[in-house]
Design a protein around this ligand. Structure first.
Ligand SMILES: Cc1cc2nc3c(=O)[nH]c(=O)nc-3n(C[C@H](O)[C@H](O)[C@H](O)COP(=O)(O)O)c2cc1C
Length: 409
């Protein structure tokens, strides 16, 4: 079973992450990790902090000569702004001059955090609840993504909407219709969306969104949005219907929902399916190819409205996940809060913040989806080395079609 554990505060010295359970001999380069970490930091509407920091992961253990050892992998992601936070975040005695934060921001973890942990300073809640932690997750998820590539599984994402601005033509429709080029891979989506400042697939759409973000900024307000994460090349049979916690769709939903500010997740046509007839919702089963008697032909689906999962098990078609992110909670034109020191009504606290982070959220979604897929992949195929996993994988996929044919003869 793979697992990862992150540690670190937003303005602490560094984030650390320990990743466990990956087979040995998986090739991974530091540049590859840093490439994906950088992608998390991009996007129009991010705050100043993203400009100060360019995250890099220092590999501490578990990788030798660019290959995993099978032992725990650990990384350190240093806070480049640490020198300005040493006193405020010191693990030693508190300097009497350090300001305590007493005005919670609605929508953030400020008030619930001080209530639950009995803090006298909201800074103690802010630091760990901040989405800074997701940098460590992207590092862990990038190992997972690298692993999946070895098996032809590719992940990409794009932003569908920000502040309710949707594209005229939505690429998700093509995905649901299964109307995508034969050689399409998930990463194609990111290769295209990464070129856009807001990670959308269309220039006209990008301009409309940027105008909406400019409006929000002018008003001192923030925005949220929706994004898609797609995985191609996933084999039939990951996940299971036998228990609530073995269902692939349930695990993916948890993984995406765990990202800060994500408040909705759907698989395939999701909420739309709830409004349709069954005949408009399900994916007809077909036999791809001209002659059904010839081997080498495969069972497939006319459409992919289910988003690549039925009964908690992957169908072999692209996995299509949608996430909805609420607007950022820190507002430059604040809404009402209460100062916990005086118990008087005041404006919520302002602090250096993003206006929009949906593009970054989609990148984090890629890592979380990768993680969930590897979890089920290794449960099914196992292996202490990548070579052993590949043997198990090949033997399963090679026999799959013939097995169904034989069983039903
Ligand atoms: C990539 C990313 C960046 C974020 N940046 C900010 C930010 O700058 N300011 C802010 O108030 N919230 C930001 N958030 C959202 C908060 O982290 C989130 O609202 C908070 O942790 C409370 O959790 P919840 O919204 O899931 O309830 C960001 C979220 C993500 C995914």
């Amino acid at each position: 079973m793979i697992r990862f554990l992150t540690a670190g505060e937003s303005h602490g010295k560094a984030l650390t992450v320990i990743v466990e359970g990956f087979p040995s001999n998986l090739k991974i380069k530091n540049d590859y990790l840093n490439f994906h970490l950088k992608r998390r930091q991009a996007g129009y509407g991010r705050g100043l902090r993203m400009k100060i920091e360019s995250d890099t992961a220092e590999i501490i253990s578990g990788i030798r000569f660019q290959k995993t050892l099978g032992s725990p992998i650990s990384f350190l992601i240093k806070n480049r702004d640490w020198e300005n936070w040493v006193e405020r975040m010191s693990p030693e005695n508190k300097n009497p001059g350090i300001e305590k934060i007493s005005i919670p921001r609605p929508g953030h973890a400020d008030l619930v955090g001080v209530s639950k942990y009995n803090f006298d300073d909201i800074r103690n809640s802010i630091e760990r609840s901040s989405a800074r932690e997701t940098a460590a997750r992207v590092a862990a998820g990038t190992i997972a993504r690298r692993f999946l590539e070895e098996f032809g599984i590719s992940i990409g994402s794009f932003v569908e909407s920000i502040g309710g601005v949707y594209p005229k033509e939505n690429f998700s429709e093509k995905l649901f219709k299964n109307d995508i080029p034969k050689n399409f891979i998930g990463w194609d989506l990111s290769a295209q969306s990464d070129r856009s400042e807001v990670r959308v697939l269309n220039k006209e759409h990008e301009l409309k969104i940027i105008n909406k973000i400019k409006l929000a900024k002018k008003k001192g307000d923030t925005l949220g949005g929706t994004f898609y994460v797609v995985a191609t090349g996933v084999p039939v049979g990951l996940g299971s219907f036998v228990h609530y916690d073995t269902k692939l769709d349930a695990d993916i939903a948890q993984a995406i929902m765990s990202i800060n500010a994500v408040k909705g997740v759907s698989i395939g046509t999701g909420y739309e399916a709830a409004e349709k007839f069954g005949s408009e919702s399900h994916d007809e089963i077909i036999f791809r190819g001209n002659n059904p008697d010839k081997s080498g032909q495969v069972l497939s689906r006319r459409t992919n409205r289910a988003g690549g999962i039925e009964g908690g098990i992957s169908t072999g078609l692209p996995i299509i996940v949608k996430g909805a992110m609420k607007p950022i909670s820190t507002l430059m034109t604040p809404i009402q809060s209460v100062d916990l020191k005086t118990m008087k009504a005041v404006d919520a606290r302002r602090e250096r913040s993003d206006f929009v982070a949906v593009p970054a959220c989609a990148v984090i979604g890629e890592s979380m989806l990768a993680w969930s897929l590897v979890k089920f992949f290794l449960l099914k195929f196992g292996g202490d080395s990548i070579e052993e996993t590949k043997d198990n994988f090949r033997s399963y996929t090679k026999k799959l079609n013939n097995r169904i044919r034989k069983n039903f003869k």
